[in-house]
Structures are given as structure tokens and as C-alpha cells.
Design a protein around this ligand. Structure first.
Ligand SMILES: Cc1cc2nc3c(=O)[nH]c(=O)nc-3n(C[C@H](O)[C@H](O)[C@H](O)COP(=O)(O)OP(=O)(O)OC[C@H]3O[C@@H](n4cnc5c(N)ncnc54)[C@H](O)[C@@H]3O)c2cc1C
Length: 843
């Protein structure tokens, strides 16, 4: 056995072997090894049903699955090893309109990433699947390129390909301990001897938590039991084959929560049932191999009945075998692919519940990341750091069982699942609840999505279309823009960087100029080496050597991990994590100044408190860092305060507001308002797949300030034509639905871009979207079509920031006459139309 390698991959399931294969193919072949404690595929891989579902609502996972399905088809030709790939197609049945909406939304994403889909009528389903009873069907989604594969053969083919490229595989070699040496190298101790290496990839399936424990890492993976039934042959299936008819494709009835495919002239039925328990809660036995659990048919009964109703022939089949195996899960059901938090060169390819499907793409992207230093597709949806330290074992049990039971539920864009909640709450949670808050969850925190008032039921109403909360957020937006509103943004990621090296470090990290004066604020972006946007920080210079950084709640761990890992190792920069110590209230609206003036003696006037500046103020003895910025395009301040005094501050503000009429607003209102300002968001408009110039961030990039990460790529890209340009779109003639993001943008049927996000702008009274388009179609006035839930709507490229393009309101420099309309009692929409103005003019 080698004693040194560049990379050691731990785990010989399909995922580990695919990672090895892709590392080897990237030219590291002679220097990569894989260790497997038993035999290849002896974990979860051997018993998988081998289905390759392309369908996935996550952009990252969709890309990964797409790569796999294409790649597996070439693998056989490359390696000469049969992988048993049968491209029989996949039919997903719909029994209601919401399900069809889900398919339409998915199909648009699929189109933008180049996955073929087709919609079927019940009659067409019958043609493709004659044994299917089509009663009660609304329609179906068909993936012609989908199918299934033999997982063990696939793994062996990957192993063959890897070995041919020089990689070594050591079977019956168990990793017992892992240490990091003083030089930063890893020491992997196995039962067959030690290997030192630069990088480790953990691909240990159901053992993920044990492997993590070897290096002090909590990996948020816990398996759930999953069963499928294999039947004896059925005469109708035999007869079809005798007649030379094609194999019927994979059939999925999500509303009945099962999948079915042909297997040896019989069937495989796989239900995703409620009540399936987490397993290996304290880890599998270290010597477990090819392990199955006792079957529990009773749990499957409702799904077997549903399947019989849909495919009556299934009732005639004898059961040949039931497989009940462990399937790795994460709290959101997507795998964990990328760098481990806090550890250098320790990589995770874990938590795969559709690992046969994902292995190809997951291995490909992880190899890119390790060899090139970054992935090539947006991996936010699978980044290990999307979870925080709030994930305990108890949380995993609740969440993973919920996720498993919900595999086939309709994935509404505004869905918020209840298990393990509330977990983290800001002190004002109860107060907001009393005011009607309907909460969602982000990075473990409860956040008010919207407020139910005037007798509305205080519960969410998920839909792909405008639902009950639409009217509520309209009210919230109107209120903020007329009066003053408060948004609790305590979950914001917050930290302080300080020390003599802080300025130089940050200056090299971000593309914008750092604030020069104390108390100044700048919006700054950390890019990757290709010039794509990785993180967005609001940076306040507190003193010569102190910077306060605020970034998105969802990306706290990722942003802070990137900062910590890149900081100089000489101690010249210190990192202080502040998220849990400081609360944040956004106070926004034309009367926010009056409100703050009532509770603080500080001068909040324009000359006294400039836009993009901050001051430490006292409100009833509470020391508050007031930052004049906000994400909604109104006059406003963020009040960063000691979290233990949050409720005092809350009460002071509400008590002082009297006739100013302070009301809370939620995240969904904020999102509508940010869209009207064409404000970009990390994960949608800002992504590593688009250069910062393509995202239109020119005003935040200073090429002449000296070197910074991504500068070389941006310099080169300035001279080249851009592939995409971010545009703002007005969508015409919508009535009950707006773009949700990932919508196809077309001209004469030709795909010319994709929407990144969308929604309704209440201040401009328009349905809006932002999107990346081919630069030829980016000119203001260009007419194109946008697909929303299966229907094409006309859309027009409009100038950025449809609401208050000159930022007069947030800087509070507007001519009062321009915004004179006092409340007339008329509905705001009617008034806007009467004025036929492109801009809403609040009172
Ligand atoms: C019943 C069932 C049906 C399924 N059907 C499908 C399907 O149709 N389609 C699909 O895409 N997915 C399916 N899956 C999921 C799929 O099986 C898994 O996602 C996939 O096999 C995960 O592969 P892996 O390589 O991550 O893990 P594994 O295959 O479990 O491999 C991990 C390996 O790591 C090794 N290992 C662990 N610790 C150590 C150590 N310390 N030292 C050395 N080696 C170690 C283990 O021995 C094991 O071989 C199904 C799962 C189940 C249970």
C-alpha cells in the first residue's frame, strides 16, 4: 500500500469511486487512492434500485443529475464494462393542478439547464404505459432520457476507469483515525498502515458521522430506512416482451408516494412512506457489510394499495423479495458536497439519498473543486456549509424523517416545514407572533415571512401562484412606503475583523473599495478566481483596524468559513463571530427618521446622518449601532443592538411611534421591494456561474485599486464579450402567478436566457422578474417571452430599479411635490393607474 498520496478518498460506494475516477481523469491519477473497509458497493450502493431521476427542484442538484445521466451513457464505451443503463424514460403522474404547477415550474428549470421534458395527457400515459389506470389523472411529466442502471456494475466501471488512469483502490482497508500533522498534511491511519496526504475526501455513506467525529466535525447526515418490493414476473409484462414491445418506463405517482419499474418481467415498487425511522442513530457497526433490516410491510400498505389502484396488475404479483436498507439523508434532502467547515483540504461527498443518480455529477464537481480550487457550477444548494451548528442529532432525527416522508410531496416554492421548530428565535419572536407573524425558517432561525392581520388565519398558504399572503404583503409594502415599518433581521450573519492586517486582507478579498473613513459603509463582494460572486458583505469601518461585516443569514457558515480560511495565518487579523450577540431591526419608510428622532438625540437629518454611514447611538440607554442602509429602497436604518436588550428596544420603538403608525413587515414584503429596486441576491442574480460584470455589479468593482481575488479574470472578461447580462423585466398580462425564478426566457421559441427571480412589485404595480439573457437581447425595450407555469407571457426589458431609479427616496432627497399624494381613501393600484406613471408615488 502507498504511504503517501495527494488525495485519499475514504469509502468505496458509488460516490467515493466516482470522486476517485474524476480526480484521476483530471490528471491526478497516479497520486490518488481510495480505501474501502470491506468490498466496493458493500454499503448502500449494492441494494439500490438504480433509478436515475432527473427531476429535482434544486438548481445545483439538477445540474449534477444531468451530468450523471449523460456521463453514465459514455462510461460503458470508455471502460468496456456494462453498466446496465436502460433509458426507458420516466413518467411522473399528476392527480391535481398544484402537482401540474410543480411540474411546470420544474420543466422550466429543466429547459434552462438542457434537460428534456415533455407533458403527457392521460391518453398518452396509457399509450406509453398500457397497464396504468389513468382515472383521476390531470396529466403527467415525461423525461425521455431518464431510466435506471445497475449500481454495482456502474461502480465497477468507475473503478476500472479510475484504475486505468493510475488510481489505486485498497479494499478491506478501514480508516481508524485521522490526524492533521504540523505541516498541515493529513495522516490517515488504517488497519493496513498509515497514508499521509494533502487532501481527504470523506464518502463514507452511512458512516459519515463517525468519519466526521475522527476530525471533530458534526456532519449533518443520518440515514433513514427505505424499502422496495421486488415481485415475481407478471403474465402481462411477459407477454409484452414476447411481442417485442418496449419495456415500460419508470412510473411515479407522487400523490401516492411511490415509484414502479419493470424488473425481470415483474416489478419493483418503492414507496416513500410516513413513519420510516432513522437508523444507525449511533452509527452502523464498524464491521457491517451488505446490511439490510427486517422488512416492515405494514408501513407500506397504503402505498401498495395506491399502486394497485393505479396499476391493477401489481395486485396479481407474488412478492419475491423486500429490501429494507439504510439511505443517507440530510435535513433538506440534498447531498453534502464540498469543503468541510473549519478544516483545510478536508472534503465531503456525503448525505446522498439519490446517490446512484448524483454520484457522477458529485464526483465531477468535487474533483473540479479540489484540483482547480473551485467548482464550475453553482453548488450553493449542496454546499456542506449551508447547515450550521444548530444541527444536533435530535434535530437530524426529526428533520431527516420529515424529509424522507416528504420526498414526493409537492415542493411549493414558499413551503416551510414544521419539524424541529422553533429552534432558534430572536427575543422579539413572541411579540411578532402576537402581531400576526407567520414564520419561516432560515439557517435554524425563525423569521417572520408575513403578517396575518384583520382576522386572517395566522397560517401559511403555499402555492406556485399568488396565494393568501399576497394581499397581506401588499398591505405591508404599502405601509412601509407610506409610513414606517420594522423588519426583524436578527439572523443576519455578523462578524468583526480586526487587527493591523484587517484592511489589507479585506482589500484583497473584495472587489469594491473599502470604506476609508470611520463610520462609512460599503457594499462589497468576494469573488472567486473566475470573477464570479461568492459572497456579499456590507462592510462598516468602525475604526482604523476594525471592520464590522454583515452578510446573508443563510450563508453565515459559508461566508465566515471563507473569511477564516483566507485570513493571514500570522495573527495580524482576528475574527469575532457576532451573529448570536447582536439583534438587527430594519426601520424603514418615510417616517422612520421622525420615529428615530423621537427616541434618540442624534441628528438623523441628511447632513447629520448620511446614506451609507453609521453611528453609535443611545436609545433609552441601549447602545445601538445605527447603519443607514436597507434593502427595500426607502429611507431607513438598520439598528444593530445587543440581543439581550432587544425587547426593550422593540417596546421603546413601538411606544414612541404613536400616530407614526409603526408596523412590522416580513421577509416576503422585503423581497418584493428589493425586486423593484433590482437589488441582487446571492444564489440567484449573484453566482459563481456569472462574472460580477455579467451580474451588472460594475459600480462595486474597482480594478484600479490594486490586486484582489478575481481581478485577473475580470480584466480579461472586460475585453471579451459577455455571455450574459442581467436585466430587469416587466411581465405583462399576468393575473394569478408571477415568475418564481428559473423560468425560461425565449424569443420566437428560442431560449435566450433564464429568470433568476421574480414576483410582484406593489409600489410599481407590475409583475417583475430579473434574469440573465444573451447580451443581444439585453437592450431596454426588447420584447421577449417568459414561461410561467407552462404559459408564455410577454415581457419587456425595462431600466433597472423600476421603483425610484434615482434612489431619491432612500437618500431622502426627493422633491416633496413629486410624492404629494396623501391617502385619498382610494385603492393604491387604482391611483397608480390613474396617474399612468411608471413609478408609484406614495403619499
Ligand atoms: C432500498 C434503497 C433503494 C435505493 N434506490 C436508489 C435509486 O433507485 N436511485 C438512487 O439514486 N439511489 C438509490 N438509493 C440510494 C443509494 O443507495 C445511495 O444514495 C448510494 O448508494 C450512496 O452511495 P455512497 O457511496 O455515498 O455510500 P455507500 O454505498 O454506503 O458507500 C460508503 C462506503 O464507505 C465505506 N466506509 C465507511 N467508513 C469507512 C472507513 N472508516 N474506512 C473505509 N471505508 C469506509 C463503507 O464500507 C461503504 O462501502 C437507494 C437506497 C436504498 C436504501
Amino acid at each position: 500500500m502507498k504511504t503517501h498520496a495527494r488525495v485519499v478518498v475514504i469509502g468505496g460506494g458509488v460516490v467515493g469511486v466516482s470522486t476517485l475516477y474524476h480526480l484521476a481523469k483530471k490528471g491526478w491519477g497516479e497520486d490518488v487512492v481510495l480505501v474501502e473497509k470491506a468490498e466496493l458497493t458493500s454499503g448502500s450502493t449494492w441494494h439500490a434500485a438504480g433509478l436515475l431521476p432527473l427531476f429535482n427542484m434544486s438548481y445545483s442538484v439538477g445540474q449534477i443529475h444531468k451530468y450523471s445521466v449523460k456521463f453514465y451513457q459514455q462510461l460503458e464505451a470508455e471502460t468496456g464494462q456494462d453498466v446496465g443503463f436502460k433509458q426507458v424514460g420516466n413518467i411522473r403522474l399528476a392527480m391535481n393542478q398544484d402537482r401540474m404547477d410543480e411540474y411546470y415550474q420544474y420543466a422550466a428549470t429543466a429547459r434552462t439547464i438542457g434537460v428534456k421534458t415533455q407533458f403527457l395527457t392521460p391518453a398518452e400515459v396509457k399509450e406509453l404505459w398500457p397497464l396504468c389506470n389513468t382515472e383521476g389523472l390531470v396529466g403527467a411529466l415525461f423525461h425521455p432520457e431518464d431510466g435506471y442502471i445497475q449500481p454495482a456494475d456502474l461502480t465497477q466501471a468507475l473503478a476500472k476507469g479510475a484504475r486505468t488512469a493510475g488510481a489505486k483502490i485498497y479494499r478491506k482497508t478501514m480508516v481508524k483515525a485521522i490526524e492533521q500533522t504540523n505541516s498541515g498534511e493529513w495522516l490517515v491511519q488504517t488497519n493496513k498502515g498509515d497514508i499521509t496526504c494533502e487532501h481527504i475526501v470523506s464518502a463514507t455513506g452511512n458512516y459519515a458521522r463517525q468519519t466526521g467525529a475522527m476530525v471533530g466535525l458534526e456532519i449533518p447526515v443520518l440515514p433513514v430506512q427505505h424499502q422496495f418490493i421486488v415481485t415475481e414476473p407478471h403474465p402481462d409484462v411477459i407477454s409484452r416482451h414476447e411481442q417485442g414491445l418496449p419495456e415500460m418506463g419508470v412510473l411515479r405517482e407522487p400523490d401516492g408516494s411511490w415509484y414502479l419499474r419493470e424488473e425481470n418481467r415483474g416489478f419493483i415498487l418503492g414507496p416513500y412512506e410516513k413513519g420510516a425511522p432513522c437508523c444507525y442513530v449511533d452509527g452502523p457497526d464498524e464491521n457491517a457489510e451488505y446490511e439490510l433490516f427486517q422488512e416492515d410491510i405494514e408501513r407500506l400498505e397504503p402505498h401498495i394499495e395506491a399502486a394497485i389502484n393505479r396499476v391493477p396488475a401489481f395486485a396479481d404479483c407474488g412478492v419475491k423479495q423486500v429490501y429494507n436498507g439504510a439511505i443517507a439523508y440530510t435535513p433538506d434532502g440534498s447531498p453534502i458536497i464540498g469543503p468541510a467547515v473549519g478544516l483545510e483540504n478536508f472534503w465531503l461527498n456525503e448525505g446522498h439519498s439519490f446517490g446512484i443518480t448524483a454520484a457522477g455529477g458529485a464526483g465531477w464537481q468535487l474533483a473540479e473543486w479540489i484540483v482547480e480550487g473551485e467548482p464550475t457550477i453553482d453548488m450553493l444548494g449542496v454546499d456542506p456549509r449551508r447547515f450550521g451548528d444548530y444541527v444536533s442529532k435530535d434535530y437530524l432525527i426529526k428533520k431527516n424523517e420529515e424529509t424522507y416522508a416528504n420526498v414526493f410531496v409537492i415542493h411549493y416554492p414558499d413551503e416551510e416545514r414544521p419539524a424541529a421548530r422553533p429552534l432558534k428565535t430572536a427575543p422579539c419572536y413572541e411579540r411578532l407572533m402576537k402581531l400576526g407573524a407567520v414564520f419561516g425558517q432560515k439557517f435554524g432561525w425563525e423569521r417572520a415571512n408575513w403578517f396575518a392581520t384583520d382576522g386572517m388565519a395566522q397560517e401559511d398558504h403555499w402555492s406556485f401562484r399568488r396565494s393568501r399572503w399576497f394581499a397581506a404583503i401588499e398591505k405591508e409594502v404599502r405601509h412601509v412606503t407610506r409610513h414606517v415599518g420594522l423588519l426583524d433581521m436578527t439572523p443576519f450573519a455578523k462578524c468583526r475583523l480586526s487587527g493591523p492586517g484587517a484592511e489589507a486582507f479585506l482589500n484583497h478579498l473584495v472587489a469594491n473599495r473599502l470604506p476609508e473613513k470611520m463610520g462609512q459603509i460599503a457594499l462589497c463582494h468576494a469573488l472567486n478566481t473566475r470573477g464570479g460572486v461568492q459572497s456579499e458583505f456590507t462592510i462598516l469601518r468602525e475604526s482604523a483596524d476594525n471592520y464590522y461585516l454583515v452578510s446573508a443569514a443563510a450563508w453565515q457558515r459559508l461566508d465566515h468559513d471563507c473569511l477564516s480560511k483566507r485570513m493571514p495565518k500570522d495573527g495580524s487579523v482576528q475574527f469575532e463571530h457576532l451573529t448570536d450577540e447582536l439583534g438587527v431591526f430594519v426601520v424603514a419608510g418615510p417616517r422612520s427618521r421622525e420615529l428615530l428622532q423621537r427616541v434618540s438625540s442624534v441628528d438623523f437629518s441628511n447632513p447629520g446622518f448620511r446614506w451609507l454611514s453609521a453611528q453609535t447611538i443611545k436609545i433609552m440607554g441601549i447602545s445601538v449601532n445605527a447603519m443607514r442602509v436597507n434593502y427595500v429602497g426607502e429611507l431607513g436604518w438598520e439598528l444593530h443592538h445587543p440581543i439581550d436588550r432587544q425587547n426593550e428596544l422593540f417596546d421603546v420603538l413601538f411606544t414612541a411611534s404613536e400616530e407614526l403608525n409603526l408596523k412590522p413587515f416580513g421577509i416576503r414584503a422585503m423581497d418584493s421591494m428589493r425586486l423593484e429596486k433590482s437589488y441582487r441576491m446571492v444564489g440567484t442574480e449573484l453566482s459563481i456561474e456569472y462574472s460580477a460584470y455579467e451580474s451588472g455589479m460594475d459600480r462595486f468593482i474597482y480594478l484600479d485599486k490594486g490586486d484582489f481575488l478575481g481581478r485577473t479574470a475580470l480584466l480579461a472578461s472586460k475585453e471579451q464579450d459577455k455571455n450574459n447580462i442581467l436585466v430587469t423585466l416587466e411581465v405583462l398580462d399576468t393575473d394569478d402567478a408571477d415568475a418564481l425564478g428559473n423560468n425560461a426566457l425565449t424569443i420566437d421559441g428560442e431560449l435566450i436566457g433564464r429568470a433568476t427571480s421574480g414576483g410582484f412589485g406593489f409600489r410599481v404595480d407590475k409583475s417583475l422578474a430579473m434574469g440573465m439573457v444573451n447580451p443581444r437581447f439585453a437592450k431596454v425595450g426588447t420584447e421577449l417571452e417568459i414561461e410561467i407555469l407552462g404559459k408564455n407571457y410577454k415581457a419587456i426589458v425595462i431600466p433597472e430599479s423600476p421603483f425610484d431609479p434615482d434612489n431619491e427616496r432612500l437618500r431622502d432627497i426627493y422633491d416633496a411635490n413629486k410624492y404629494t399624494m396623501r391617502q385619498t381613501g382610494k385603492d393604491m393600484k387604482t391611483r397608480d393607474k390613474e396617474r399612468s406613471s411608471p413609478h408609484f408615488s406614495p403619499d
